[in-house]
Ligand binder design. Structure first.
Ligand code: ADP
Ligand code: MG
Length: 739
């Protein structure tokens, strides 16, 4: 897709809805859980956000009218841009900001910023360095970010351009202006550009379906609530582990005798230090307009989670990126380190990011909420069938979005959703869907029923119409879908772009088929029911309510034609499949060139991540583990050479002594390590010489990973033999049970 800059750039039609959201949030309060006495700054919600109320205070009537026209698709004049920039600068500097930056989302998965002073001194005069043109557009170097070959170092130009659908905010002393990032030739170099396109496509397609049920809906927009998991560990311990510092996970480490067996961490009482961290985090998040609502201990020791109330999807993703940065900074102020890696510690739970997704209309209807009357239920089952069919058709692409080196360790572990993409609907919705598949009649969903407790003093407990199933990667949870396979460190956009686009496609096809049946004389309701039924039948293989951890499910899934293997480089191939090209081309989300570039970036990053892991591991082995093992071994050997030892052990054969056993076991693993190190080095050299990113990634997956497992095996055995005061690295038990 090609953008014209700056004035005809993306129409900010979502702006209005977003600001309504912010204002709604301002009036919300949280319910305390009784542990903390510090109050949330309820009145300061959003005080660092340039939201609509603030705009009214800082902009003239005519500027507000200009913005309203802009929202209806008219281009923005340079005078209007200047006035908004002036207002922004005044508002931000009054609140202590000194710099501004376009805040964007390059393909690193992190956000990027280049701070500029609000003022510039030219020939002794101080002038404004922030006017309309700087607000609309900036020019970072495009060659220093991953571009998958779209930009080479001699073609450095790239542009960032203001995304007016996400409001500017003050972070630290910098005014951040959410922006898209594109190349000189107009290709997207970021996550936000295709995300906005997917939201727009979804809106257009969904409106056609929504018109079958309701009048007066001007816009349909996806909503997102992200549950964010992470570990918090003592910073001083983190700093003593090169693997944590450089790769985010422990590359070696023998298991702690106690892990999560007792199931006592989940929802346990939050430790004091962590509570203090959360209080500061929540207060600052609220000032930034991030509506954090929930905090709790997660399943693994030292693992936590927080979640905001859902918002407009684009804003929710900006907020999640910002929140991760805020978590990191706040943790450090408390002497802690936050780990977002998908599997920082072997043998205990990893971390994910549950993406709760739904569709809302501008009239306030949640399209995935089961209804109370026939019309609403018809709408519910139609939209449900559309989402299921979308998932079924593009399951492989959705898997590609979450196929990362970190998730390779997490997914399929005995606590995380498996990498087979299936959807859980829950007994009642499943039964209704199955009935509808058989007979084209609208099924009824039972109302929430009370659970009998036989204790008259207790209030009634209502049963939801879906149960929970922790094992499904994609679950219907009452009024939204929850995609749980997104990694904790991941940017949410890739998965959400695919979901939006896939649903847009099925919306279009739903509407077309309904139209065709109507022409053949079916009533509106009969036509809708018929297509709903067809979509449900078509997508049947992806529905699975059973235990996805059960190994039998793998065989069953394969029989159903679902992808089972999680060979990351091969999973990534979905980015360049004909169906992806067609889907993204149809809605102008990403062109073939852009998709190829993204595929390339993902492969390269996979190889680089594993390369960094390998070299970090080798360094730790050579400079920490092996020298200490040798020192201990030589001490034992010296001891064994002493006359006293020989006198003591004369009754025994020397090889039956514990000294001999320890020295010999160390020797076995040192030899194993040494051999594996040399193998890994040769393999890495061979990988580097392979001609394509695809081959390099395949080799990494197939050859390098087993070697790293072998290195770890020997290193962990050695760790278990070394004296505690010799072993240079903090161990699992020290790290996980410190707080
Ligand atoms: P559950 O316990 O079923 O996961 P929660 O109420 O804890 O549900 O919600 C988890 C996340 O889902 C929260 O961020 C919440 O705001 C979000 N959520 C709830 N409803 C919706 C919706 N309609 N669209 C998107 N996210 C939603
Ligand atoms: Mg949840």
């Amino acid at each position: 897709m090609v953008f014209l800059l700056p004035s005809t750039f993306y129409a900010p039609s979502l702006l209005k809805h977003f600001f309504t959201f912010v204002l709604q949030m301002i009036t919300k309060t949280t319910s305390g859980n009784g542990i903390t006495t510090t109050r949330l700054p309820v009145n300061s919600f959003g005080e660092k956000v340039f939201h609509r109320e603030i705009m009214r205070q800082y902009l003239s009537e005519s500027a507000l009218e200009g913005i309203a026209r802009w929202e209806r698709g008219k281009s923005i004049s340079s005078e209007l841009a200047d006035e908004i920039a002036n207002a922004l600068r005044q508002w931000a500097t009054e609140r202590g900001a000194t710099h501004y930056t376009h805040w964007f989302h390059p393909l690193t998965g992190l956000t990027a910023e280049k701070h500029e002073n609000f003022y510039e001194a030219i020939q002794g005069k101080v002038l404004s360095g922030f006017n309309g043109s700087e607000l609309l557009q900036q020019e970072p170097d495009a060659s220093s970010f991953p571009s998958g070959g779209l930009r080479s170092t001699f073609e450095a130009r790239g542009y960032t351009a203001w995304d007016p659908t996400s409001p500017p905010f003050i972070y630290g002393r910098t005014l951040c202006i959410p922006s898209v990032y594109i190349s000189y030739t107009g290709e997207a170099l970021d996550y936000k550009t295709p995300l906005l396109c997917s939201i727009e496509a979804l809106n257009r397609s969904a409106l056609k379906v929504v018109a079958l049920f309701y009048r007066g809906v001007e816009r349909v927009y996806p909503t997102l609530g992200v549950e964010q998991e992470f570990f918090l560990i003592e910073k001083s311990l983190y700093e003593r582990r090169l693997d944590l510092m450089l790769t985010g996970r422990t590359l070696i480490g023998a298991p702690s005798p106690r892990g999560q067996q007792m199931e006592d961490h989940y929802f346990g009482s939050i430790p004091e230090r962590v509570l203090a961290f959360f209080e500061e985090l929540e207060a600052e998040a609220w000032r930034l307009g991030i509506p954090l609502k929930t905090r709790h201990n997660e399943v693994a020791p030292a693992q936590y989670e927080c979640a905001p109330i859902f918002e407009d999807l684009n804003v929710a993703i900006d907020h999640n990126q910002l929140l991760m940065d805020l978590i990191q900074r706040t943790a450090r102020r408390h002497g802690l380190e936050a780990l977002f890696h998908e599997k920082p510690f072997a043998g205990i739970n990893g971390s994910g990011k549950h993406n709760n997704w739904s569709l809302a209309t501008s009239t306030g209807i949640n399209l995935l909420a089961p209804g109370k009357n026939t019309r609403e239920n018809l709408r519910f089952f139609s939209i449900l069938s559309i989402v299921l069919r979308a998932l079924y058709r593009h399951a492989d692409l959705l898997r590609a979005t979450i196929a990362t080196p970190g998730n390779e360790h997490r997914l399929g572990g005995n606590e995380a959703p498996p990498s087979i993409l299936s959807v859980f609907l829950g007994t009642q919705v499943s039964q209704a869907v199955e009935a509808l598949e058989k007979v084209p009649e609208l099924p009824k969903l039972p109302e929430k029923t009370a659970i009998s407790l036989y204790i008259p003093q207790l209030p009634p407990v209502l049963r939801d119409n879906t149960d929970r199933n922790r094992t499904a990667p994609f679950a219907f949870t009452g009024s939204k879908f929850e995609f749980r396979a997104v990694g904790a460190s991941a940017h949410c956009a890739p998965a959400m772009i695919v979901l939006n686009a896939a649903v847009a496609e099925s919306m279009e096809e739903f509407r077309e088929r309904v139209g065709a049946y109507r022409e053949n004389g079916l009533s509106r309701e009969a036509a809708i029911l018929t297509v709903t039924r067809e979509f449900l039948q078509e997508s049947r293989p992806i529905r699975f309510d059973g235990n996805s951890y059960d190994p039998a499910w793998h065989a069953e899934a394969a029989k159903r034609g679902l992808s089972v293997s999680f060979h990351v480089p091969q999973v990534l191939r979905a980015y360049i499949s004909p169906s992806t090209r067609e889907l993204f081309g149809r809605f102008n989300i990403l062109s073939e060139v852009e998709l190829n570039a993204r595929y390339e970036v993902r492969l390269e990053r996979y190889v680089k991540a594993l390369g960094i892991e390998l070299h970090t591991l080798l360094e730790m082995l050579r400079t920490q583990v092996i020298p200490i093992a040798l020192r201990y071994q030589s001490e034992i050997l010296q001891l064994m050479a002493m006359p006293t030892f020989q006198a003591w052990s004369s009754a025994l054969a020397p090889e039956k002594t514990p000294q001999h056993h320890i020295a010999e076991t160390l020797q076995t693993h040192l030899e194993g390590l040494w051999k594996a190190i040399r193998n890994a080095e040769t393999t890495w050299q061979a990988i580097e010489n392979l001609p394509s990113a695809e081959e390099r990634a395949n080799w990494v997956h197939e050859h390098l990973r087993p070697m790293m497992a072998e290195l770890r095996y020997h290193a962990d055995k050695i760790e278990m033999l070394l004296p505690a005061d010799y072993y240079p690295l903090p161990r699992y038990a020290d790290i996980l049970f410190r707080l």
